[in-house]
Design a protein around this ligand. Structure first.
Ligand SMILES: [Zn+2]
Length: 312
């Protein structure tokens, strides 16, 4: 057991260049220059290539991308660097539904989840166990080989123990995007907020009154979707709201969809985020077709929907 089996090869990374330090008990079968060819990924370094160059590189490279004004979707950023939205969502553990200017995202030039080794002495075996759990032995083996190939790692580490240096980035080609289930807007396409959250002068009641949600002007009959997954707790006529749907979410918060022309769900029904639940209308106290959308916390207190969109 002593010596031979454990290839204690430490690859030190300095400013994007590989500096190899081979420990005394390194496996004699692997010469240092062999290891240097393999991509234990590094930041792009001081001369950071542009996104256009990223896309053409054969080696997996990553960097941090700072979101600038005008970058509206994760899709645009993903495409720029040569990856996909799902890849960036999984790597950054964020749905990226809303992109805040100045935020930093880990970006790279491949499809897959980029895993960062955060601890010293994390072995390939450990990484493989984390990401290659599904299926029978053959599928797990295929998953492990996929990691080796995608990162141009030496095939020998499937047999010999190999420790990644802390800070290494490993591309996982078989990955799953976590279920974020954040709040989304209940309508799609363009809309106009005809009345925001907060105190306002009510056009019909002709007095100042608290407005508990968003009024989103949309043509009559436009589809209305569940903003988050949950269970329909009420669906029917409520004074003022007209035809109203209330959905309770797993954390006890609720969303309300008012003035509908059509209700397409029943109380007790489970809905996913994005399930079609009704159609925009002008029922109840309303001056024209629009959706009245509310988000309420566990105590039933109305919260500004704008503060919840894109969040859990
Ligand atoms: Zn309203």
């Amino acid at each position: 057991m002593r010596g031979g089996k454990k290839a204690a090869v430490a690859v030190e990374l300095a400013l994007g260049a590989f500096v190899l330090a081979v420990a005394t008990r390194a496996s004699p079968a692997v010469a240092p220059y062999d290891w240097s060819r393999y991509s234990v990924m590094t930041p792009a370094g001081p001369d950071e290539p542009s996104p256009e160059v990223f896309r053409t590189l054969h080696r997996v490279v990553w960097t941090e991308h700072k979101i600038v004004r005008g970058e509206q979707s994760a899709f645009t950023i993903a495409k720029k660097y040569g990856t996909t939205t799902a890849s960036l969502q999984a790597t950054n553990n964020d749905e990226l539904y809303i992109l805040g200017v100045g935020r930093k995202l880990t970006v790279y030039n491949r499809v897959g989840q980029l895993y960062e080794v955060k601890k010293d002495s994390e072995t390939f075996e450990r990484v493989a166990a984390r990401f290659c759990r599904e299926g029978d032995k053959r599928r797990r083996q295929a998953c492990e080989e996929g990691i080796v190939l995608a990162n141009r790692l030496p095939g020998s580490l499937l047999v010999n123990e190999y420790e990644f240096p802390r800070g290494s980035r490993i591309l996982i080609t078989k990955f799953a995007v976590p279920n974020f289930d954040t709040y989304h807007l209940p309508i799609t396409g363009s809309y106009r907020i005809s009345s925001g959250f907060g105190s306002r002068y009510h056009p019909i009641l002709k007095r100042k009154r608290m407005h508990d949600g968003y009024d989103m002007a949309k043509p009559y009959g436009s589809p209305v979707y569940a903003a988050k997954s949950g269970v329909v707790v009420d669906a029917g006529w409520v004074e003022g709201y007209g035809q109203l749907i209330t959905i309770r979410h797993v954390d006890g918060w609720t969303t309300r969809y008012g003035h509908l022309s059509k209700i397409l769900v029943k109380p007790g029904q489970k809905v996913n985020r994005g399930t079609l639940i009704g159609k925009v209308g002008s029922t109840g106290l309303s001056t024209g077709p629009h959706l009245h959308f509310e988000v309420r916390n566990k105590d039933g207190k109305a919260v500004n929907p704008g503060a919840k969109i894109g969040r859990r």
